[in-house]
Design a protein. Structure first.
Length: 76
């Protein structure tokens, strides 16, 4: 999985991904019943992370992945 929804890319690649992501999120938002738990209400960002991973797997762009250091002890 490629978390955090972060990318630096040429405009055409970014625009292609955003078109896909927004179409999927707009459609699924109409189908989702959001739970009361605020953390679980983050369904769109969670789905966007999965879509980003899928988009990378399908388009197979030349890329550089940089490790992220998480310093928050609560994040574990």
């Amino acid at each position: 999985m490629t978390p955090y929804n972060m990318m630096i890319a040429p405009w055409a690649y970014f625009d292609d991904y955003m078109g896909l992501m927004m179409a999927v999120l707009e459609r699924t938002e109409t189908l989702i019943e959001y739970p009361d738990d605020p953390y679980q209400q983050r369904i769109p960002p969670f789905l966007a992370e999965r879509l980003f991973t899928l988009h990378l797997a399908v388009t197979r762009p030349k890329r550089l992945e940089v490790p992220v250091l998480v310093t928050d002890r609560q994040a574990g």
